[in-house]
Design a protein around this ligand. Structure first.
Ligand SMILES: Nc1ncnc2c1ncn2[C@@H]1O[C@H](COP(=O)(O)OP(=O)(O)OP(=O)(O)O)[C@@H](O)[C@H]1O
Ligand SMILES: [Mg+2]
Length: 258
């Protein structure tokens, strides 16, 4: 994987579901090769934003371009590696076949040896030939992440990819995602509920609020790279986390009267 990640441009994106304004005129530019993380309360439209950028949700209003083209064409060209909250592995294929099959669908060599290495590196050495029904939720999630990495897409859209993982595995997966991102020029748009994870990974943290779903702040992360576990022990890291939590608190709707 050597080609550069796409630049993503979201302009005044509005998505309405009947009476719910899931996204209200959201604008966001992600540079080619940038790692942008997104945080915000449940229901603020994070998944809707990612699905829209992935060409899986049509906007009610506004425009999205991925390297100047419609998201659907980037998706069709195999340039978007997508990991969603609920993992949709092919149930009739093993872990390894799931990882290689997506590449084949995109017209690329399946590279099974490399796929196997990636699964082993993700702690799935014993699960290579297992079917999804035989795996735990966290294992399925890791297969889906490996599959997106192996696709060779220039741009990754990840929706809480580590949500079902235990603390240590979560950190390991984050570290390997950072390694792989550093070695390539991928663009990453990454949703998480964990503010520390957003700060560890991101060049910028986009903070959203709900009712209606919107972006309320974009916080540049002023921490040098490479970042690792030691980064998380620094005062600068704690300050960034506190700053973002403050923004989230300020934009929390008032409790209804009881
Ligand atoms: N297909 C749909 N039909 C109707 N309403 C929807 C649909 N998808 C999302 N919504 C609504 O749009 C809003 C935003 O949903 P979305 O899934 O984008 O939130 P989210 O920020 O990803 O939340 P979470 O953190 O819980 O995953 C919610 O109010 C949700 O109920
Ligand atoms: Mg979601």
């Amino acid at each position: 994987m050597s080609h550069r990640g796409a630049a993503i441009d979201v302009r005044e994106l509005t998505v309405r579901f009947e009476d719910v304004l899931a996204l209200d005129s959201v604008s966001l530019s992600v540079d080619a090769g940038e790692f942008v993380t997104v945080v915000g309360p449940s229901g603020c439209g994070k998944t809707t934003l990612l699905r829209s950028v992935g060409g899986l949700q049509s906007p009610t209003g506004g425009e999205i371009s991925v390297d100047g083209a419609a998201p659907e064409s980037a998706q069709a060209a195999g340039e978007l590696g997508v990991v969603f909250q609920s993992q949709t592995l092919f149930p009739w294929k093993t872990a390894l076949e799931n990882v290689t099959f997506l590449r084949e669908l995109a017209g690329r060599e399946p590279e099974p040896d490399r796929a196997r290495q990636r699964l082993v590196a993700a702690g799935l050495g014993d699960a290579v030939d297992a079917y999804p029904r035989e795996l735990s939720g966290g294992m399925r999630q890791r297969v889906a992440i490996v599959r997106a990495m192996h696709l060779g897409a220039s741009t990754l859209l990840m929706d809480e990819p580590f949500g079902e993982l235990d603390e240590l595995t979560r950190y390991d997966m984050a570290a390997s995602l950072l390694d792989s991102w550093r070695d390539t020029d991928r663009t990453v748009l990454f949703v998480t509920h964990s503010v520390p994870e957003a700060v560890l990974l991101g060049d910028r943290v986009v903070v959203m609020a709900d009712s209606p779903g919107r972006i309320v702040d974009r916080v540049p992360v002023a921490l040098s790279r490479p970042r690792d576990e030691a980064t998380m022990d620094t005062a600068a890291f704690a300050d960034q986390v506190a700053e973002i939590r403050q923004v989230l608190r300020q934009n929390r709707p008032a409790e209804p009267d009881r």
